[in-house]
Design a protein. Structure first.
Length: 83
């Protein structure tokens, strides 16, 4: 396994996202490892070897369920009070 730290950092910079959002095609690791400049990384992005991962969905359902219970007076005992 080749270290692709430099390529991941450059890709994150080019794509304007964090390193954890950068996906590199594991089947093309030999081609990706050759890219040592931003220009080469841009070419790999255009070819589809490097892609931005989608944002993780942050569901509100758990919070809404808790607030519905609190409206009924649950979870408001002495043990829950601070300050």
């Amino acid at each position: 396994m080749v270290s692709l730290k430099l390529q991941k950092r450059l890709a994150a910079s080019v794509l304007k996202c964090g390193k954890r959002k950068v996906w590199m095609d594991p089947n093309e690791s030999s081609e990706i490892s050759g890219a040592n400049s931003r220009q080469n990384v841009r070419k790999l992005i255009k070819d589809g070897f490097i892609v931005t991962r989608p944002n993780v969905i942050h569901s509100k359902s758990r919070h809404q369920r808790l607030m519905a219970a609190k409206a009924k007076g649950r979870h408001t005992g002495f043990g829950k009070r601070k300050g």
